[in-house]
Design a protein around this ligand. Structure first.
Ligand code: TXA
Ligand code: MG
Length: 322
């Protein structure tokens, strides 16, 4: 049975004992385990029903950990990115050191590391004295959790859920890869391409939307982050919908059909607010027995809108027109 609470020392004790603890970060809740303990990490894959080919992010609270977890020579640009964006929602993928067990990286030679900015996450990592492997605390392929209740809804085999309220950013970190001499964004997130290109001018958005046999980042799977009800993306909503259809609009200024279930993601279309409320809105409609399908309004693909549309296309993938 899951236990939810606010006791950081208890959470840290669980992690030191090789147990699983879900904890808040500024992006979404993570499902954490001691990254240096392969048995503990194996429990993450089991609890999430996550395929073993999908590597985990390692969370740290001290910059010294970079030297321990990555292999030398460490790419100069790691430190440039760290200086600009940590602590914060940027995961850096780089060649790993031998300290990282293979199960964390799905057998790969690289590891994704990030220093979250959420004070509880930092306090927890500090209290354990360990790097924490933590994917988003959802069942594989389902909606990411932005509250402790979202975690409890999906995952049963968690020893403790550290409750820090709703997460602030609401979508997962930007994942950037520094291998092979070039720099690529594998997953868009709150730190945008434009922000990163000010530090590393030749950074590119990955064009890879590859199949499961050849994944640079399994976060690139076409279907992901999906509610258990059909989602349809609309630039313009249809003129009318039935009573069992929910409409999720960017703001009250959107053109909305008359409908029974309406949810606004922001007061005025502010994309940061839309991101913060996105998963939570889909969770609510997923839980609402009076709703069969959801129609979600697309947003402009600028700044964090790129990450929002990435998540929405994945949520709606099986229902997108060919
Ligand atoms: O905001 C976040 O990143 C959250 C919080 C908890 O930190 N974590 C998260 O983890 O979203 P997860 O596992 O749900 O997504 C991590 C993504 C996956 O798509 C994974 O394939 C990719 O990062 N990834 C992790 N390590 C990688 C590596 N070594 N090479 C390529 N992709 C990697
Ligand atoms: Mg995830």
């Amino acid at each position: 049975m899951n236990k939810t609470g606010t006791n950081i020392n208890y959470a840290a004790q669980c992690l030191r004992e090789g147990k699983l603890v879900a904890f808040p970060t500024e992006t979404v809740y993570g499902l954490g385990a001691n990254a240096l303990d392969p048995i503990a990490v194996a429990k993450i894959f089991a609890a999430k029903k996550r395929p073993s080919f999908d590597p985990l992010i390692v969370h740290i609270a001290h910059l010294d950990e970079i030297e321990r977890l990555l292999t030398n020579p460490i790419d100069e640009r790691v430190f440039q990115l760290v200086k600009a964006f940590w602590p914060g929602p940027l995961t850096i993928v780089h060649k790993k050191s031998d300290l990282i067990p293979d199960i964390v990286t799905s057998g790969g030679l690289t590891v994704g590391i990030r220093m979250p900015s959420h004070p509880l996450a930092l306090e927890l990592i500090e209290a354990t004295g360990l790097p924490l492997a933590a994917p988003s605390a959802n069942s594989f392929g389902q909606l990411s959790p932005t509250t402790a209740a979202h975690v409890a809804k999906q995952l049963k085999d968690v020893d403790f859920i550290l409750d820090g309220g709703a997460t602030q950013i609401g979508i997962e970190s930007t994942v950037i890869s520094l291998q092979d001499g070039y720099v690529e964004i594998l997953r868009p997130g709150a730190i945008t391409l434009q922000q990163i290109s000010k530090i590393i001018p030749d950074v590119q958005m990955s064009s890879e939307y590859s199949n499961e046999n050849d994944l640079k980042s399994p976060g690139l799977l076409k279907s992901h982050y999906s509610p258990r009800k059909p989602v349809y993306l609309h630039a313009v909503f249809p003129e009318s919908v039935d009573d069992r259809t929910a409409v999720i609009a960017s703001s009250p200024f959107s053109k909305i059909p008359s409908c029974k279930h309406i949810h606004y993601l922001s007061k005025d279309g502010n994309l940061i607010e839309v991101a913060a409320n996105l998963f939570s809105a889909m969770h609510q409609m997923e839980e609402n027995d009076a709703v069969d399908i959801m129609l979600i309004e697309s947003v402009p693909e600028i700044s964090i809108g790129i990450a929002i549309m990435d998540r929405l296309r994945k949520a709606a993938f099986q229902y997108l027109p060919d």
